[in-house]
Design a protein around this ligand. Structure first.
Ligand SMILES: Nc1nc2c(ncn2[C@@H]2O[C@H](COP(=O)(O)OP(=O)(O)OP(=O)(O)O)[C@@H](O)[C@H]2O)c(=O)[nH]1
Ligand SMILES: [Mg+2]
Length: 304
C-alpha cells in the first residue's frame, strides 16, 4: 500500500461516518445559505467541535465572497485549503540535537510503546541510528514489551529493573547515546493520568534530566492521544503540556474510529502540531503527518 492509500485506509471509518456526507453536500451547483448551515452541522457531526466548525464556515464565507466562488466544488476546494492551513505546523520537529531526544508521554493504553517501535522503524529506515530508553519502569512487562519491539526493529534499548527511577533510565540512555553514536533517543514513559500530580512532577523531572545528561541534546515531547476518544483527548492535554512541555502530538488508532475529524479541533485548541498518526497495529502503521495529504484524504471518494 502506498502512502496516500494507507492514510486513506486509516481514515475510512471517518469518511464513511461523516466526511463522505460533506463531500456529497458540496456537489451542489450553487453556494447557498442552506449549504453553509448544513455544512456547519455536518462538520460538527464530524467531531470537529462546534466552535471550530463555525469558525471554519465563517472563514469559508469570506473566501467564497472574496474569490467570487460559484459552485459547491469550488467551495470544497477552498474548505480543504482552510483545513490545510489550520492543520499545518509552523515548522518541522526539532531533531537538531546530538542526540535528538524524543520523550513519548500520555495516559494509559493510548499507544505510546507501539508508537515508539514504529518511530524507531521510521527513523531507522531514514538511516538514523536509534536508541530506545525503557522509561516505563512502573511494570516489568512494559520493559519486556519495548524490548520485544526493539528486537523486531533491531534497535538497542537502555533499560533498568522494575521500580527504577524513570529519570535515571533516561539519563543513562541520553548519556550513553554519545558513546554509542546514536542520532535519536526515543524514550518510553509509563502511562499516567493527567490529574495525578506526583506523576506529572515525575514527567517534569524526566524532561529536565535530558539536558543535564547532555547539554547538546534537543528535546521533543510527543503527547500520544487516542483518536478513539476524539475531542475528549483535549482535556488530558493541558497538564501534559505544562508538566512535560509537550511539543507535538501523535494521534493513534485513527483506523479504529470515525472520529478522525477531531484532529482539527485538537490542533486548533491545543496549538500543538500533530506530528504522526497511527493507522494500525503493525510496525509500518505510523505516518508522518502532512496537513495537505490529510485534508485531501478526508474528502477522497472511495472507488468501490
Ligand atoms: N488499531 C490500532 N491500534 C493501535 C494503534 N496504536 C496502538 N495500538 C494498540 O493499542 C494498544 C495499546 O498500545 P501500547 O503501545 O501498549 O499503549 P501504551 O500507551 O504504551 O500503554 P501503557 O504503557 O499501558 O500506558 C495495543 O494493543 C496496540 O496494538 C493504532 O494506530 N491503531
Ligand atoms: Mg507502554
Amino acid at each position: 500500500m502506498g502512502f496516500f492509500e494507507k492514510l486513506g485506509f486509516g481514515l475510512k471509518k471517518t469518511r464513511k461516518a461523516s466526511f463522505d456526507s460533506i463531500t456529497e453536500l458540496m456537489d451542489a451547483p450553487k453556494i447557498t445559505e442552506d449549504l453553509y448551515e448544513e455544512l456547519t452541522e455536518r462538520l460538527i457531526l464530524a467531531d470537529t467541535g462546534a466552535d471550530v466548525a463555525e469558525e471554519l464556515v465563517d472563514e469559508l464565507r469570506d473566501v467564497v465572497k472574496k474569490n467570487k466562488l460559484k459552485t459547491g466544488a469550488e467551495a470544497l476546494d477552498a474548505l480543504k485549503e482552510l483545513l490545510c492551513t489550520r492543520l499545518s505546523a509552523d515548522g518541522p520537529m526539532d531533531l537538531s540535537g546530538h542526540p535528538a531526544v524524543i520523550l513519548v508521554i500520555g495516559v494509559n493504553g493510548v499507544g505510546k510503546t507501539t508508537s515508539i517501535a514504529k518511530l524507531a522503524n521510521l527513523y531507522k529506515a531514514q538511516g538514523k541510528k536509534v536508541l530506545l530508553a525503557a522509561g516505563d519502569t512502573f511494570r516489568a512487562a512494559a520493559t519486556e514489551q519495548l524490548c520485544t519491539w526493539a528486537a523486531r526493529v533491531d534497535v538497542p534499548v537502555v533499560k533498568a529493573g522494575e521500580g527504577a527511577d524513570p529519570a535515571a533510565v533516561i539519563f543513562d540512555a541520553v548519556t550513553s547515546a554519545a558513546a554509542r553514536g546514536s542520532d535519536i533517543v526515543i524514550c518510553d514513559t509509563a502511562g499516567r493520568l493527567h490529574n495525578k500530580k506526583h506523576l506529572m512532577d515525575e514527567l517534569s523531572k524526566v524532561r529536565r534530566v535530558v539536558n543535564k545528561a547532555n547539554a547538546a541534546a534537543s528535546v521533543e515531547s510527543l503527547l500520544v492521544l487516542d483518536a478513539v476518544t476524539g475531542q475528549n483527548a483535549i482535556h488530558q492535554a493541558a497538564e501534559f503540556i505544562e508538566a512535560a512541555g509537550a511539543t507535538g502530538i501523535i494521534l493513534t488508532k485513527l483506523d479504529g474510529t470515525a472520529k478522525g475529524g477531531s484532529v482539527i479541533s485538537i490542533k486548533t485548541k491545543l496549538g500543538l502540531p500533530v506530528r504522526y498518526v497511527g493507522v494500525g497495529e503493525g510496525v509500518d502503521d505510523l505516518m508522518e503527518f502532512n496537513a495537505r495529504d490529510f485534508a485531501e484524504a478526508l474528502f477522497k471518494k472511495d472507488e468501490e
